[in-house]
Design a protein around this ligand. Structure first.
Ligand code: CP
Length: 311
């Protein structure tokens, strides 16, 4: 690919296979920076990046901040409490005021789907989506794809199951888009109440039986049961869910010998997976977190390399 031309990263829908591969290759080149004694390169010296997290986060917020700092950008963090949002200022007004301080890029997480798109429509600064409602979490999917490629050597042709609360999962949506575009065969598996009607149109298979699904999968990606987004009775009980869809050592006996277990975090141990699976030999959960820094370095670096607004 000649040159990165996208000003924002809002989702993966509009990205070509070549663009996805460019991000993954750029992340690969940045990964060794975090292993150095002095974990810093001057690539974004003089740039200013603002993190605007209006929903809780540990991994995404921490790794974006480290990514920006390792690229030598200046950074500030803002949250809902402690900002003028709590006095009634709108998010667009707040973002415009932040932009007026000559910032180059705003990273935003919000509980409502669409907020990053709204900011991108109203700002000249680049906008990167760090997760919006149930819609999109592009950098999580990119780090998942990076981890799969790093561990398995490829994505094309792999059989991947995404298991659990698909209905409320921005991680699932972004992964389905990215993984299918790079040639994986994706199956979503979970209780029928937590699988959106018509999801097959996204190019995935649907299963309601984890024991059957797990048999031939190269990768099993477990999702957190999002209790904060469940305002209706989708499940008889959490215990019932854990019995049907939780992965423990017994269930792994049905899986391939080299199956890879992923989870975007935070995990509900004893619900989606047992502690021994989370910490066991098949789990790459902490590798995903490590790779999040390199992937977010790549996204910040590429996004700030262009001023052309295409999104
Ligand atoms: N995976 C993920 O988005 O984790 P955080 O909510 O901790 O950022």
């Amino acid at each position: 690919m000649d040159k990165w031309t996208r000003h924002h990263l809002l989702d993966l829908q509009g990205l070509s296979k070549e663009e996805l591969e460019t991000i993954l290759e750029t992340a690969k080149s940045f990964k060794e920076v975090s292993a150095r004694e002095v974990k810093k390169v001057p690539a974004l010296r003089g740039k200013t990046i603002v993190s605007l997290f209006l929903e809780p986060s540990t991994r995404t917020r921490g790794s974006f901040e480290l990514a920006a700092k390792r690229l030598s950008a200046d950074t500030i963090n803002m949250s809902g409490t402690g900002s003028s949002l709590s006095k009634g200022e709108t998010i667009v007004d707040m973002a415009k005021n932040i932009e007026a301080m000559n910032v180059d890029l705003i990273i935003v997480r919000h509980a409502d789907a669409g907020v990053p798109y709204m900011l991108a429509n109203n700002l000249k600064a680049a906008v990167v989506n760090a997760g919006d409602g149930c819609r999109s979490h592009p950098t999580q999917a990119l780090l998942d794809m990076f981890t799969i490629k790093e561990k398995k050597g490829r994505i094309d042709g792999l059989k991947i199951a995404i298991v659990g609360d698909i209905l409320h999962s921005r991680v699932a949506r972004s992964n389905i888009v990215g993984l299918t575009r790079l040639g994986a065969e994706v199956t979503v598996c979970g209780p029928s109440t937590l699988i959106p009607i018509g999801i097959e149109k996204m190019g995935v298979k649907v299963s309601y039986d984890l024991n059957e699904t797990i048999k031939d999968k190269d990768v099993v990606m477990l999702l957190r049961l999002q209790k904060e987004r469940q305002h209706e009775n989708y499940l008889p009980s959490i215990r019932e869910y854990a019995i049907q869809f939780g992965v423990n050592k017994n269930r792994l006996r049905h899986a391939k010998k080299d199956v890879m277990i992923m989870h975007p975090g935070p995990t509900n141990r004893g619900v989606e997976l047992s502690a021994e699976v989370a910490d066991g030999e098949y789990s790459v959960i902490l590798d995903q977190v490590t790779n999040g820094v390199a992937v977010r370095m790549a996204v910040l670096y590429l996004t700030l390399g262009t001023k052309e607004a295409e999104d």
